[in-house]
Design a protein around this ligand. Structure first.
Ligand SMILES: Cc1cc2nc3c(=O)[nH]c(=O)nc-3n(C[C@H](O)[C@H](O)[C@H](O)COP(=O)(O)OP(=O)(O)OC[C@H]3O[C@@H](n4cnc5c(N)ncnc54)[C@H](O)[C@@H]3O)c2cc1C
Length: 577
């Protein structure tokens, strides 16, 4: 077996916003290799539409303190307040820095960065919605990622595009490097390094209806979990209220920020009942539950399982200038012109609040006591700092990626002078090569597509917006059965060139692991908080559950530990809008 060896001081997995921002920091201190299973600028960050949050106060009075409060409250008080404060205060210099790097933000008439409303962002501690999201029409992620990628190219970051990471090697409590496959020709590559930063994004693909891209499968999280490292708060998965009906493609919250309203089958603006102060701009968990409650109670459109997002009253010029992308999506995918007809929408799986536990500088935690894995860092959607707690506010994720991508890069770089070079053992490489070979040669009765479809359906039916003990228990049994079926899969394509059959089979194995973690964590948490809504435990229970879940792979199944939430300024209060 021929193995290609590489060395970089820092290796980064993922070329989305978090990975690129980290790379810009690291390249000032040593060599940097970034791996991405996609072409870098096709990373999922480019899909981000609506905006990136910062209390610039360009359109109306705002402050980082209000931003901090909104984020804490939005998180249903599960976010760590020290981390949230860092993010909200860093937001302003971060946006200015992005502007200087060349991000083409939309502008106010006097030339300042334009800002619009987003769910849960308010002025004066909840009094009324505030314009806090900086945006580039509805292509914000695209604009920011292209600027960061250009900076990486200018500074000499080395990209390995269409390289899929198969293993992150942690031994003796230190990261040694990674093992990856070159998708183009199937060759195996080993990257040894002093530091590894994981910026591999989310895992929305475990659900049937999702706004996430095909690549959002979460295998890097599973790679750590299977080695005995913890995952944090995996029970919290956000559903975005406005996915296109039947497709899940996202209609940004920016559409409601520009005046769009939700209406039910009776023509009522129903959010007035659920969140009288900020109505359609309530946080996503609340709006998602409200929509599904309307549908359950027979007030979907014509009694069906969707509601309308109505933009007909919004000036056509505003739609064309500020929301061109979603206007086009509606025309292409639904045959609807949003200026003339309301858009059928339903909640769609969107964002992973849980992930790889880190400290505020991206160091990966190995336990609840703050101990870390030497040389290993994580940032962006794959990480749990935790700034989003039980529910992320819109436009805070792009901010999270750049603020904590930079911090992780800085922390990794600061240790390079003293850190030792990692060493990936031959046996480990052989193990991975054998696993890949075994899947390639597999000749069972099941297809990857059928097992994946049944997994996604089961997760959607029993572990999405509403959850119950009985259903979660059934789901866990179903996941065991799916794991058995997975052992009996077959791969049609036996070749080395762009073997997506093989790679999808590997991803599916990790998706099964992650789904089991999500469902098990959801079963343990007997309360409702943020996006985790247990119908059998409808109340938030601060006395028992104001704490983070750490899930570990034990010898006899998943085990749990709990870590207190960092509360600083804001005491938990009832979450009303
Ligand atoms: C449709 C949509 C709209 C959104 N709009 C907004 C918004 O307006 N504002 C906001 O704040 N947030 C928004 N979000 C959320 C936000 O876009 C994401 O959370 C964020 O972009 C994630 O960035 P990231 O850098 O962590 O990961 P990503 O951009 O997802 O990048 C992940 C990278 O990891 C790589 N990767 C993964 N696994 C492997 C592997 N095994 N081997 C090699 N490479 C691997 C991928 O190739 C990719 O390069 C939106 C999300 C969606 C889906």
């Amino acid at each position: 077996m021929e193995i290609n060896k590489h060395y970089f001081d820092t290796v980064i997995i993922g070329s989305g916003l978090a990975g690129c921002r980290a790379a810009i920091e690291c390249i000032n201190h040593g060599t940097v290799g970034v791996l991405s299973k996609l072409y870098p600028t096709r990373s999922h960050s480019t899909a981000a539409q609506g905006g990136i949050g910062a209390a610039l106060g360009n359109e109306e009075e705002d402050s980082p303190e209000w931003h901090t409060y909104d984020t804490v409250k939005g998180s249903d008080f599960l976010g760590d307040q020290d981390a949230i404060e860092i993010m909200c205060y860093d937001a302003i210099p971060t946006i200015i820095e992005l502007e200087h790097m060349g991000v083409p933000f939309s502008r106010t008439p006097e030339g300042k960065i334009a800002q619009r409303r987003f769910g849960g962002h308010t002025r004066e501690f909840g009094k009324a919605p505030v314009r806090r999201a900086c945006y580039s029409a509805d292509r914000t992620g695209h604009a920011v990622l292209f600027a960061l990628y250009e900076q990486c190219q200018l500074k000499g970051v080395r990209f390995f595009q269409e390289f899929q990471v198969l293993d992150i090697v942690v031994e003796n409590n230190a990261v040694q490097g990674i093992i990856a496959v070159n998708i183009k020709d199937g060759s195996l590559h080993v990257f040894e390094s002093k530091a590894v930063i994981i910026a591999s994004g989310g895992y929305g693909k475990v659900f049937k209806v999702t706004s996430n891209a095909y690549a959002s499968t979460g295998e890097c999280l599973s790679m750590l979990f299977r080695q005995g490292l913890p995952l944090e708060d995996m029970e919290f998965f956000q559903f975005h209220p406005t996915g296109l009906y039947g497709l899940g493609i996202l209609i940004t919250e920016g559409a409601r920020g520009e005046g769009g309203i939700l209406i039910n089958g009776k023509g009522e603006r129903f959010m007035e009942r659920y969140a009288p102060t900020i109505k359609d701009l309530a946080p996503r968990d609340m709006v998602s539950r409200a929509i599904l409650t309307e549908i359950r109670e027979g007030r979907g459109i014509d009694g069906k399982d969707y509601v309308y997002l109505d933009l007909r009253h919004v000036d056509r010029k505003i739609l064309e200038e500020r929301l061109p992308e979603i206007t086009t999506f509606c025309k292409i995918y639904m045959g609807i012109d949003p200026s003339e007809a309301p858009i059928p929408v339903v909640p769609t799986a969107h964002y992973a609040m849980g992930g790889i536990p880190t400290d505020n500088d991206g160091r990966v935690l190995r336990d609840i006591d703050g101990s870390v894995v030497e040389g290993l860092y994580a940032a962006g959607e794959c990480a749990c700092v935790s700034v989003h707690g039980a529910n992320r506010l819109g436009c805070n994720s792009l901010l999270d990626t750049v603020v904590f991508g930079r911090r992780a890069g800085k922390a990794a770089s600061s240790t390079l002078k003293t850190a030792t070079k990692g060493k990936v053992k031959k046996e480990r490489i052989s193990l991975i090569a054998d696993c890949v070979d075994m899947i390639r040669r597999s000749n069972g009765r099941e297809t990857v597509a059928s097992v994946r479809r049944d997994l996604q359906t089961a997760m959607m039916d029993k572990c999405s917006v509403f959850r119950k003990e009985e259903e979660l228990k059934v789901l866990l049994d179903e996941l065991q059965a799916l794991k058995e079926r997975y052992k009996d899969i077959s791969i049609a394509d036996k070749s080395n060139t762009f073997n997506t059959d093989l790679l999808e089979a590997i991803e599916l194995g990790h998706m099964l692991t992650l789904s089991e973690v999500i469902a098990s964590c959801a079963l343990q948490r007997t309360e409702s908080r943020g996006a985790h809504c247990r119908e059998d435990y409808p109340k938030r229970d601060d006395e028992n559950w104001l704490k983070h879940t750490f899930a570990f792979q034990g010898d006899k199944g998943i085990t749990f530990k709990y870590k207190p939430v960092k509360l600083t300024r804001f005491k938990p209060e009832e979450r009303k809008y």
